[in-house]
Design a binder for this molecule. Structure first.
Ligand code: NAD
Length: 499
C-alpha cells in the first residue's frame, strides 16, 4: 500500500497543499510505495518563517545546551539504527549493511557537532594597545538550507544540519524526492531529542521548491550536494541572491595502480570501491589507471573472479552485497552508458546488463560491468555514470597517469596503489583533487576533517564538516575594546594605531 508523506514544519507534520506530488519507489521490486508532496513557493515560505521565528532563541541558547540536544539525537539514532537503515534501503535500494555504514558515517559528524562549545571558541589578545584588548567570536548566520541528493539520504543531510544547528542556526532541509523518508525520520528523532519548534524543518519537492529556497531573502546560506550541472546552478543563483553557498557536485574518481602495487589488495579495494552501493557513491572509483600494459593485464585478471562473486540482490537480503539502482530512469541511463562504451570500442570484459533476479524481475538491477582499454576520448571516461561500471585505462608511465587525473574536469577523490613512498608522496602533492587516498580507495575524510572536491566537483570556498563546516555555518566578529582607566584621551585624526 502506498503511503502519503508530509513536510515537517515548525515541529510537526504538515500535509502538502500544492497539488503536486512525486512517486517514491522501492527499487528492489520496482513498485510505488509512497507519494511525496512537492512544496509550492508559499509552503517553502512557511517553513522559512518558522525557522526565522525560532532563530533568535536558538541562537542565544548556550552552545552546551544545543550540544546536549544533538547528543540526545545521536543516542536516538543509535537506538533506532535498524529501523533507520530499513527506511534508507526501502527507498534507495542499497544493502542494509551499507545503509548502516553510511548512517554511522553521518553519526560521526553528529558526534563532532557535540563538541561545539570548544569549536566555537574565539581568540583573545590582551593589550593589543595600551588598555585595549581584542577578541573574536563566531556567531550563527540565521536560517540555513540544505539540498541533498538521493544517494545518501541520511549521511549527506547529517554532513550539514548537525553542525549548522550546533552553531545556532535554524535549518530547512530539501531532501531528494527519490528517497525522502529519511529526512522526516530524522525530524521526528530531533523533536524527541528536544529540538525546539521551527529549528529544523523539512520541505519536499523539485525545482520549484529549490528555486524558492534560492530566492528567499531570509535564507542566509545554502549547502548543496548533487550533480555538477545543478551544483553550478545552485551556486550561481544562490550567490546572485546574496547567499553564502557551498555546492558539491559530481565525480569521476581515478585510482592509479602502479606496477609495484600489492595486486590482491588493490583489486579487493577496487572491487569494493567500484561496486559498493552499486556505484552510486560520489567517491566510488570508476576509473582504474593501470600503469604499464603488463600491470593492466594482471589487474584485469585479478579483478574478474572477484567481480564474478559479487552477490546482487535486494538490499534487505542478508546475503546481498550489491542492491539495485535507485530508479528505472537511472537504470536505463547506466545501461545506455554501457551500450555506448561498447559502440565506442572499449572492451566490455564483464557485462551485467542482462541480469535478471528471480522474484525481482521488475527491480532496477544491473550486474557489475568491467571495461578494459577505455581511452580519455570516450564518453564513458569523460562522464559520470554513477552505476556499477569500472573502466580500466592503460597509461604508459606514472606521469601520464597523473596527467589523466589532473586533466579530468572532476576533482572529487583519487587514490594511488603502490609500495613506493616517493611516488605516493609526489602524487599526494601533485594531484589536483580534493581528497587523495594512498592505498585507500575511498578516501572520505573523517568527520573532524573536511570533505570536498576541486575543479567542477565543488563550487564555493568551504568544504563540508570538520572545521570547514563550522566556518561555513558561522560569521566571525572581532571586537576591539578599550577600558580607559588611567589613559589620556584626545582627538587624533590620523590612522588608528594600537601599539
Ligand atoms: P541531482 O543533482 O539530480 O539532485 C540533487 C538535488 O537537487 C535534489 O534534492 C534534487 O531535487 C535537486 N534538483 C534536481 N534537479 C534540479 C533542478 N533542475 N533545479 C533545482 N534543483 C534540482 O543529484 P542526484 O541524482 O540526486 O545525486 C547524484 C549526484 O550527486 C551525482 O552526480 C553524485 O556524484 C553527486 N554527489 C556528490 C557528492 C559530493 O560530495 N560531491 C555526494 C553525493 C552525491
Amino acid at each position: 500500500m502506498s503511503e502519503t508523506l508530509s513536510h515537517w514544519i515548525n515541529g510537526q507534520s504538515v500535509a502538502g497543499g500544492s497539488g503536486r506530488t512525486g512517486n517514491v519507489f522501492n527499487p528492489a521490486i520496482g513498485e510505488k510505495i509512497a507519494e511525496v508532496p512537492f512544496a509550492s513557493v508559499d509552503e517553502v515560505a512557511r517553513a522559512v518563517a518558522a525557522a526565522k521565528a525560532a532563530s533568535p532563541e536558538w541562537a542565544s541558547t548556550p552552545a552546551i545546551r544545543r550540544a546536549r540536544m544533538i547528543f540526545k539525537f545521536k543516542e536516538l539514532i543509535e537506538a533506532n539504527m535498524n529501523e533507520f537503515a530499513q527506511i534508507v534501503t526501502r527507498e534507495h535500494g542499497k544493502v542494509l549493511s551499507d545503509a548502516m555504514g553510511s548512517i554511522t558515517r553521518g553519526l560521526e559528524v553528529v558526534e563532532f557537532a557535540c563538541g561545539i562549545p570548544h569549536l566555537l571558541k574565539g581568540e583573545f589578545s590582551e593589550a593589543v594597545g595600551t588598555g585595549v584588548d581584542s577578541y573574536s567570536m563566531r556567531q550563527p548566520l540565521g536560517v540555513v538550507a540544505g539540498i541533498t541528493p538521493f544517494n545518501f539520504p541520511a549521511m549527506v543531510p547529517m554532513w550539514m544540519f548537525p553542525i549548522s544547528l550546533a552553531c545556532g542556526n535554524t535549518f530547512i532541509l530539501k531532501p531528494s524526492e527519490k528517497d525522502p523518508s529519511a529526512a522526516n525520520y530524522m525530524a521526528e528523532l530531533l523533536k524527541e531529542a528536544g529540538c525546539p519548534k521551527g529549528v529544523f524543518n523539512v520541505v519536499h519537492g523539485d525545482k520549484i521548491a529549490v528555486d524558492a529556497v534560492l530566492e528567499h531573502p531570509d535564507i542566509a546560506a545554502i549547502s548543496f550536494v548533487g550533480s555538477t550541472p545543478i551544483a553550478e546552478y545552485i551556486y550561481a543563483t544562490g550567490c546572485s541572491h546574496g547567499k553564502r553557498v557551498q555546492a558539491l557536485g559530481g565525480a569521476k574518481n581515478h585510482a592509479i595502480v602502479l606496477p609495484d602495487a600489492d595486486l590482491d589488495m588493490t583489486s579487493d579495494a577496487l572491487v569494493s570501491a567500484a561496486y559498493g552501493s552499486a556505484g552510486e557513491r560520489c567517491m566510488a572509483v570508476s576509473v582504474a589507471v593501470a600503469v604499464g600494459d603488463k600491470a593492466g593485464d594482471a589487474l584485469i585478471e585479478s579483478l574478474k573472479p572477484k567481480i564474478e562473486q559479487i552477490k546482487v540482490g535486494p538490499g534487505t537480503d542478508a546475503d546481498s552485497e550489491m542492491g539495485p539502482l535507485v530508479s528505472k530512469v537511472h537504470l536505463d541511463k547506466v545501461r545506455g552508458y554501457v551500450d555506448h562504451g561498447v559502440s565506442e570500442g572499449a572492451n566490455l570484459v564483464m557485462d551485467g546488463r542482462d541480469l535478471k533476479l528471480q522474484g525481482y524481475e521488475n527491480g532496477y538491477f544491473i550486474g557489475p560491468c568491467l571495461f578494459d582499454h577505455v581511452t580519455p576520448e570516450m564518453k564513458i571516461y569523460k562522464e559520470e555514470i554513477f552505476g556499477p561500471v569500472l573502466s580500466v585505462v592503460r597509461a604508459p608511465d606514472y606521469d601520464a597517469a597523473v596527467k589523466m587525473v589532473n586533466d579530468h574536469e572532476f576533482g572529487n577523490g583519487t587514490a594511488i596503489f603502490t609500495r613506493d613512498g616517493d611516488a605516493a608522496r609526489d602524487f599526494a602533492s601533485q594531484a589536483e583533487i580534493g581528497m587523495v587516498g594512498v592505498n585507500v580507495p575511498i578516501p572520505v575524510p573523517v568527520a573532524y576533517h573536511s570533505f570536498g572536491g576541486w575543479k567542477r566537483s565543488l563550487f564555493g570556498d568551504h568544504n563540508m564538516h570538520g572545521m570547514e563546516g563550522v566556518r561555513f555555518s558561522t560569521k566571525m566578529k572581532t571586537i576591539t575594546a578599550r577600558w580607559p582607566t588611567g589613559i589620556r584621551s584626545g582627538v587624533d585624526l590620523s590612522f588608528p594605531m594600537m601599539g
